[in-house]
Ligand binder design. Structure first.
Ligand SMILES: NC(=O)c1ccc[n+]([C@@H]2O[C@H](COP(=O)([O-])OP(=O)(O)OC[C@H]3O[C@@H](n4cnc5c(N)ncnc54)[C@H](O)[C@@H]3O)[C@@H](O)[C@H]2O)c1
Length: 355
């Protein structure tokens, strides 16, 4: 436990778990529950004896990676299917108490390459989930959104900034635009209904067993560590000056679970970040000592890669009575340890580049 200057007691990291007791026996649907975040959340919810149904297409990763995530084993029930399939969604949501809507075409660069898929998953799919959640009289829905909605902020010339939930969003990518639409639609369709909602803007999620997707430039801890591990240079787009607010996946899972039980978050939009800025180069420099001889290479910064920023966390602390507890140094160390113990996690498309 840490004590804020105003003497308000705030949980740090995993200590929020006692408040999740309320979820014991609850029926919770996690869309995208087979992904990185969803699988960690599912494990956390199962740990407090909630009944968790995962709805996921199961095609974002190869089977071997799903094995590492462990989601199929962890869920009470795994339903393989698309969130756009209304009949399926209706049957999955029947009798559900809560929904965490985390399914998305969740990679910025992939959404830029395939805006049609982004639209189907992040817009059409979200529409089905929202409509069906109201129809099923779900008690609360947590929408997973992203700090990508802030883009470079109101004044890009000012460089990386602290992002506050009430500032005007400037989505720079197809991905960010689809997330912003989902936020608005959640407020419009769920506001005033019997289904409460909370919108969480995750900052940059990292932690084992995150595995980069081909052609992605997100997920820098995994991306840089895997390059260094196989002996490839760590690529710093635009010199690595971009700033991210890195939040460990264990903290993300806890924040998301707390959003299902905390009353203060109802109808609110909340940043889930640490409030600490970390540049891409900083991350590379934390990784480099683990792989002697590792090198950096500077490449141009893609247009959809924002200069970034970090979270204003006052609302998170106030409404959730909680803040992330895992520091970047600790989280990167954990990731590297896991990677060294799990060399099979490095995707073949990456090892092939070494040859
Ligand atoms: N990882 C991050 O840094 C980050 C940051 C901000 C927000 N988010 C959001 O968090 C959520 C989870 O992200 P993640 O990192 O776990 O990504 P992920 O790709 O590991 O998981 C997303 C899951 O959604 C599933 N999915 C995608 N489209 C679907 C569809 N049409 N029907 C059913 N399932 C579908 C995928 O199969 C995948 O298992 C996403 O909404 C993402 O946009 C992630």
């Amino acid at each position: 436990m840490t004590v804020k200057p105003d003497d308000k007691v705030i949980d740090a990291g995993e200590s929020g778990v006692s408040r999740l007791e309320k979820l014991r026996g609850s029926r919770i649907v996690v869309t995208g529950g087979a992904g990185l975040v969803g699988s960690r959340l599912t494990a956390l919810l199962r740990g407090v004896d909630a009944e968790v149904t995962v709805l996921d297409r199961m095609d974002a990763y190869p089977d071997s990676i799903h094995e590492l995530f462990g989601a199929p084993r962890r869920a009470s029930r795994l339903v393989v299917g698309d969130i756009r399939d209304r009949t399926l969604v209706r049957s999955v949501l029947e009798g559900a108490d809560h929904v965490v809507h985390a399914a998305a075409f969740a990679d910025v660069a992939a959404c830029t390459r395939r805006p049609d898929i982004a639209f189907k998953a992040n817009v059409e799919g979200t529409e089905v989930i929202l409509e069906e959640a109201v129809r099923a009289e779900v008690r609360r829905l947590v929408l997973v959104s992203s700090a990508a909605v802030y883009g470079n902020g109101a004044d890009p010339a000012a460089g990386p900034q602290r992002f506050h939930e009430d500032q005007t969003p400037y989505p720079l990518s197809v991905y960010a635009n689809s997330k912003l639409w989902a936020e608005h639609q959640t407020r419009l369709l769920l506001g005033g209904t019997g289904t409460e909602y909370a919108i969480l803007r995750y900052f940059s999620v990292y932690g084992d067993p995150q595995i980069p997707k081909p052609g992605s430039h997100s997920w820098m801890v995994a991306w840089l560590a895997m390059h260094a591990r196989v002996g490839l240079p760590m690529r710093l787009n635009g010199g690595g000056v971009q700033v991210r607010d890195l939040v460990h996946v264990d903290d993300i899972a806890m924040a998301t679970a707390l959003a299902l039980v905390e009353e203060g978050v109802v109808g609110e939009t909340v940043n889930v970040g640490s409030g600490v800025p970390t540049s891409v180069r900083d991350v590379g420099e934390l990784i480099a000592p683990h792989y002697p001889g590792s090198e950096f290479i500077i490449t141009p910064r893609p247009a959809d890669d924002p200069l970034g920023g970090f979270a204003e966390t006052a609302r998170l602390a106030e409404l959730m009575r909680w803040r992330p507890g895992i520091t970047v140094a600790e989280g990167v160390e954990r990731y590297v340890r896991w990677l060294n113990a799990t060399p099979e996690a490095v995707p073949s498309w990456l090892t092939e580049q070494v040859a």
